[in-house]
Ligand binder design. Structure first.
Ligand code: HEM
Ligand code: HEM
Length: 188
């Protein structure tokens, strides 16, 4: 049975739900971002505009969820990592988690800054959010690049992180993946 809060051995229901919901959301945003930015700009056609608006709305949802997740993470114990591995692997795992938290904030914030620099409003649940900076074409171009490279970094970390989780599960056959899954395999 899974409990709401984390224990020293396993993640609780809330952390598990946030982890998988955000995994799907972030991977979806990366795929959508890469797809829409590859579409031709000619006349900035309606389909592209629609996809960019969708990307921005869901990107702001990701920012809200990241804040909830960080608060939950700070108010919970952190389950221990599998013990039978060298210290450098544990440091690497925690470092990747830290980078994920940074990216969960940096990506939406650079997206928001970018939109402000282009003087295009940002909405969340139909509410218009304030502009973070004044219109500036140079800053807009820089922020597009920053947002893009943060997106590429996220892809790299996901590959490493998911690869490590699957390696633990199928090769080392330890509890790493099970403690992030709901259900019986998640017992302490
Ligand atoms: C975690 C949330 C987000 C992720 C993972 C993400 C990821 C990406 C990626 C991978 C791209 C493609 C970059 C390229 O190849 O040029 C992109 C483009 C873009 N993103 Fe995001 N994004 C997020 C949030 C946001 C937010 C909140 C906004 C605005 C409020 C935003 C605005 C944009 C725009 C306008 C583009 C297109 C830039 C262009 O014209 O090339 N993004 N995003
Ligand atoms: C898509 C495949 C993914 C798999 C198979 C996976 C698997 C896992 C597993 C097994 C853990 C527990 C590690 C441990 O404590 O020993 C974990 C933790 C974590 N994962 Fe993932 N994950 C995936 C995607 C993602 C994505 C896209 C993110 C981006 C935000 C992410 C962020 C995290 C973070 C920050 C933790 C640390 C626990 C926390 O603070 O929530 N994961 N993941």
């Amino acid at each position: 049975m899974t409990v709401l809060k984390n224990t020293p051995q396993r993640y609780g229901t809330v952390a598990i739900a946030l982890h998988w919901l955000m995994a799907v959301l972030l991977i979806g945003l990366v795929v959508l971002g890469l797809y829409m930015s590859g579409l031709p700009d000619v006349g900035f056609d309606k389909r592209k505009i629609g996809l960019v608006l969708l990307h921005k709305e869901y990107g702001m949802v990701a920012l809200g969820l990241a804040a909830v997740r960080l608060a939950w993470r700070l108010g919970n114990v952190l389950p221990a990592l599998a013990t039978q591995f060298p210290d450098w692997q544990k440091v690497a795992a925690r470092f990747v988690h830290l980078c994920f938290y940074s990216l969960m904030f940096a990506l939406p914030v650079t997206g928001w800054l970018m939109s402000s620099a282009a003087a295009i409003p940002v909405y969340a649940f139909g509410v218009r959010l304030p502009d973070l900076i004044a219109q500036n074409e140079y800053r807009f171009q820089v922020l597009i690049e920053v947002h893009k490279w943060l997106g590429y970094a996220l892809i790299g970390f996901i590959v490493i992180h998911a690869g490590a989780a699957l390696r633990h599960h199928f090769l080392s056959r330890d509890n790493t993946l099970k403690k992030m899954l709901p259900g019986a395999g998640n017992q302490a």
